[in-house]
Design a binder for this molecule. Structure first.
Ligand code: PGA
Length: 253
């Protein structure tokens, strides 16, 4: 159930400009200086679409992969004003894509639509970071497990290439709030996701499951004992090279 490789994925959301390459540059330098520490850690930064190509061209790194945060579901070109598809993002340099983030779900993205986006992204051989999580309302009504099951069931299919899918468990009430789950509850939820995924999708392997929501350089230590967590999706703290590096450094301390 436990994977040795731990993922640290930054989600820059709608933040960042060309000059913010300095953040990536510093993380990259840290990577070269701390090769040993990063041996079993994978760093991915998911940046705005406007920056991906520029960053990709500038970045020469064995340690950092780049990704984006959403796409249109349509696979070819089409009359979809303001949108970009997975193929365009792949060509621009993305290797990873975050899909199903609760901030997009809140704008009306359904499980069905997310499924279409996953299919088009997998067709482009992008690695999908598929976000799931319950709201506070659902948590208070003990609906967490049924919500997660429904999100998995309705957006993933048995024949998907599961090696290209990473699940990010992000309780909505925890995103940007400085609130994190109780560690014993989180451990159970991560285990539930892994077991349920395997059952629903009839896979042989457990999926990789990350935690996301208010992870920072201080609280990261609390997560270290939960070996079932395969890494973290980091929002606010990934926009500072210092905080992001300290998260990577302080994990397992
Ligand atoms: P946060 O965001 O770390 O700022 O809470 C996480 C996310 O939305 O992916």
């Amino acid at each position: 159930m436990t994977n040795k490789l731990k993922y640290f994925i930054g989600n820059w959301k709608m933040f960042g400009d060309f000059g913010d390459f300095k953040i990536i540059h510093k993380i990259n330098r840290f990577g070269y200086e701390s090769r040993k520490l990063l041996k079993k850690k994978k760093i991915i930064l998911c940046v705005p679409n406007t920056l991906i190509h520029f960053f990709k061209k500038k970045l020469e790194s064995k340690f950092i992969s780049l990704g984006v945060q959403n796409c249109h579901y349509h696979e070819g070109y089409g009359p979809f004003t303001g949108s970009v598809n997975a193929a365009m993002l792949k060509k621009a340099g993305a290797e990873y894509i975050i899909l199903g983030h609760s901030e997009n779900r809140l704008e009306g993205e359904s499980n069905k639509l997310i499924k279409k986006k996953i299919i088009s992204s997998l067709n482009q051989k992008l690695n999908v970071v598929f976000c799931i999580g319950e709201t506070l309302y659902e948590k208070k009504r003990n609906k967490t497990f049924s919500v997660l099951r429904k999100q998995i069931k309705s957006s993933l299919k048995k024949n998907f290439n599961m090696n290209k899918i990473i699940i990010a468990y992000e309780p909505v009430w925890s995103i940007g709030t400085n609130k994190i789950p109780k560690m014993n509850e989180l451990k159970n939820i991560i285990k539930f996701i892994k077991n349920d995924f395997k059952k629903i999708l009839k896979t042989k392997k457990y999926p990789k499951v990350l935690y996301g929501g208010s992870v920072n350089d201080i609280n990261i230590r609390l997560f270290s004992p939960i070996s079932e967590i395969d890494g973290f999706l980091i929002g606010g703290a990934s926009q500072s090279s210092k905080k992001f590096i300290d998260i990577v450094r302080n994990y397992y301390k």
